[in-house]
Write a protein that binds this ligand. Structure first.
Ligand code: FES
Length: 106
């Protein structure tokens, strides 16, 4: 039995992602939004499942991001839509190595 192990990719330096904001990155063909909220980095799929808006442009607060197009609000911790947790976007582990922000992809 083999376990899946994520491979980490450097997406930015720590000073390139600002507190309370998200930034989009393409990692292995996936569009991923990386956020910094209260000193913690989060990575989720960048595409809103409603009508495809970039979630990286959303409003960040209390470990959530709110899509700017129609206000769907997703938890940064597990990608779930706050109003209906059955709807979710993918999430990815983030780590900081030196001054590099790295996102893990399985
Ligand atoms: S596209 Fe995100 S809420 Fe509509």
């Amino acid at each position: 039995m083999s376990e899946s192990v994520e491979k980490y990719h450097t997406v930015a330096r720590v000073d390139e992602i600002h507190e309370g904001e998200g930034k989009p990155f393409e990692v292995e063909g996936r569009l991923i939004a990386v956020f910094l909220d209260e000193g913690v980095y989060y990575a989720i799929d960048d595409t809103c499942p409603h009508q495809g808006a970039p979630l990286c442009d959303g409003i960040v607060a209390n470990k959530t991001v709110t899509c700017t197009w129609h206000g769907w609000c997703f938890r940064l911790t597990d990608g779930r839509w706050v109003d209906n947790p059955r709807v979710l976007v993918g999430t990815y582990p983030v780590r900081v190595v030196g001054d590099e922000v790295q996102v893990g992809i399985v």
